[in-house]
Every structure is written in C-alpha cells, then in structure tokens.
Design a protein around this ligand. Structure first.
Ligand code: BGC
Length: 378
C-alpha cells in the first residue's frame, strides 16, 4: 500500500524539479499569467473550452476576448478574431481589438454632454471627416485598464473594474462587472452590469473583430450578413447621428435579408461615403429581452455566428480604418476590411439626443447588457 503512495509522490517531486522557473502554470480554472502591466502588475489570461472543441481566451487587460477558436464545416478549428499573440501587443492596441469598451462606447458629439443641468467635457480622441468627437470612453477607456478576473459559474470568468468619479471626465464612481461564459451549445456569452453612486451615462460595448474564414489575410467583403434591423441612424460627416431614424428599405443599408457585404459597400450612397464603407448604427427590431440581432456567415468555411442581445441597436463596422499599419497575431498586418465588428449597444450620441433611448444611469439602478455569440458551421 505504502509503495503505491510513494511512487506518485516521487513522480510529482521530479516533475516540479524539472519545471523551468519562468514556466507558466495552469491551475484547475485554466488561468495563467499573460504578462505584466508597465507598472509591474500581473495580468491573467483565462481559457474556456467546451465539449465541441471551441476555445475562448480572455484576459484581465481590457476584459478582452484574446481569441476564439471554432471549427469550420469540415471540423477544422481556427481562431476567427484579430488580435495579438502577447500582452505587449495588446498594450499597444489602439483599435479596440476584442475589448470591453466604456464608459461610453461609440461617439459623443464634440466630447460634451449635459446631465441634470451640468455640462461635462470628455476627451475628443477621434476625428472622422476632420471633426473631433469622443470615441469609446476616451484616451484611457475600459479597454486600456486592468480589470480583476476570477472564475465564474460552470465555465466562465468574471472581470470587475471600478471606474472612479471623474475618470476620463465622466461623473460617478461606476462599478462594472463583465462576464464571459462558454457553454456546450457553442454560445459565448458576454454580459455586463454596472452601478453608480452618482448620475452618469453608460454604454459598455464588446468590440471583437471577426473574420470567420479563420484566415486574417482575407476580406470580410465575402461574408454574408443579416441584420434584424429595419432602420439605421444616418450621420453627419463626423459620423455623429443626425437624429433621424431612417428606414433601410431600398438602400444599401438593408440587411434584413442575407446580403454579401462587398456587393454594395462601394455604392453611391451618402452614408457609405461618410463612413468609408459600413460603419453605422442600425436600430434593431423592437422586442423584449435577449433576441437575435445579427447573423454572419463565411460561405467558404461555412462558419456562422449569430449575435443576440437585449440592447436597442447594433454598430456594424466593416474594418474600413484597418490599413495594414500594425502587425497582429502571427505578424499579420491587418488590411482594410479584413475583419468586421458587430457591437450591440445603446444609440451613439444618446446623451445629446433626448429622442434617443436614454443611457443615463442613476444611483439605485443597474445597467445591464447581454450579448451572446453563437457559433456553428453549415
Ligand atoms: C467604430 C469605428 C472606429 C472603430 C475603432 C468602431 O466601433 O464604429 O468608426 O474606427 O470602432 O476601432
């Protein structure tokens, strides 16, 4: 009896002697050290897998989805997101690759808004058409901060971040929790809640870049997109909504039936000119609770991703500003339209548009945003 106990103990001892000092460790919750922040704080990365061979990796930095591996119709698995191989890469990320974006995702006109009679000024960190605006939370939004991660539920991770009153110009201490869970129905669920101790504005958005082919050197113009959205928000040349809620019918913005993205992206249509392609907010079909918002398919690999949400709108960004200027995973320089984003959200510039659904959060209320990505192949 004793012999049986001693042998495994010896094997364990030997194994631990052979482990190089810098080797990364994986514990039962599949968390590892991803790297260090410039100030020395350690950053963890978590791996979620399911019984069908899907793998999602998420990190405490920016509550980022680092990679998402799914099988194609032949069962071949590939990562279908843009990003970087190392934390150092993500630290240089200025395109919000895979990030959890906040406190207010999308644009705010002139970086200004009034709340309860007081005017707040935010950074103007973006300049489409030469017109400065506030984008995705400012100079150091939620995508560029270290969240605190821990295992969540059966197969998930919970990230917490407390955004201080005055951070990036926003009022109120905001406590944010973002969870990622992967289930055996091939659903990756991103869910965010937030509470505040003073009135503020909130629009927290998941910002992954997808290329369902698994080959980031190809164009997403070949993908087929369906949006459950009868209206879109026309913008000015600075990509700020004019306030109009326009029907998509009869325009190149109509994705209510499956359409190949590239077929109309260069059409002679004002909104497409302003956006340099698709970069607009669509108003989703009204409904209760979490419902299907978008479906994207890569005809060649057969991969399909369905996006469901409880939010009123979705930004479809066709990767027009990617220009090959930085190298991502495997050293690939991401070219224009080599990935697309489908960002469920509240309406852009809602803080300045009283007719848009309110994005004001007050003490005692809880902001909630559910986004489910369901993967399949056909
Ligand atoms: C916006 C684009 C912007 C991009 C930055 C998207 O959500 O719609 O206009 O360039 O984010 O990564």
């Amino acid at each position: 009896m004793k012999t049986y106990l001693i042998i495994p103990a010896m094997i364990l001892a030997l194994a631990s002697c052979q482990k190089p000092a810098e080797m990364k460790t994986t514990d039962a919750t599949n968390q590892e050290v991803f790297g260090k922040m410039p100030d020395g704080r350690e950053v963890k990365i978590f791996t979620l897998t399911n019984k069908n061979g899907l793998t999602a990796r998420v990190t405490e930095y920016g509550a980022i989805l680092v990679s998402m591996e799914t099988p194609d119709k032949a069962g071949k698995t590939a990562d279908i997101t843009h990003g970087y191989d190392t934390l150092e890469g993500w630290l240089t990320n200025t395109s919000y690759l895979g990030s959890t974006v906040g406190r207010f995702g999308n644009r705010i006109k002139d970086g200004k808004f009034a709340l309860d009679g007081k005017v707040y000024t935010l950074a103007t960190n973006n300049k489409p058409g030469g017109i400065p605006c506030h984008l995705h939370g400012g100079l150091k939004g939620f995508d560029k901060v270290l969240w605190s991660g821990k295992p969540f539920g059966d197969n998930g991770v919970e990230f917490t971040y407390v955004s201080k009153d005055g951070e990036e110009g926003y009022p109120g201490n905001l406590t944010v929790k973002t969870t990622y869970t992967l289930n055996d129905d091939n659903e990756l669920k991103w869910e965010t809640t937030a509470t505040t101790d003073a009135p503020t504005i909130v629009n927290i958005v998941h910002h992954s870049y997808w290329n369902l082919s698994g080959d980031p050197t190809t164009s997403i113009n070949d993908h087929e997109l369906t949006l459950n959205a009868p209206h879109f928000l026309p913008t000015d040349t600075g990509l700020i909504p004019t306030g109009e809620i326009a029907p998509v019918a009869g325009t190149p913005m109509d994705f209510t039936n499956p359409m190949i993205i590239g077929e109309r992206v260069d059409a002679d249509f004002e909104a497409l000119k302003f956006g340099g392609g698709y970069d607009h907010c669509w108003v989703l079909e009204k409904g209760e609770g979490v419902r299907l918002a978008a479906r994207i398919k890569d005809p060649e690999s057969g991969r399909v991703m369905e996006v469901s949400t409880d939010q009123p709108a979705i930004q479809f960004y066709g990767g027009n500003f990617l220009d090959g200027s930085f190298a991502g995973k495997g050293g690939v320089k991401y070219a224009k339209r080599s990935a697309l984003c489908l960002e469920t959200e509240g309406f852009p510039d809602a803080p300045n548009k009283p007719a848009f659904p309110s994005c004001v959060l007050r003490p005692g209320e809880t902001y909630k945003h559910v986004m489910i990505h369901k993967f399949s192949a056909e």
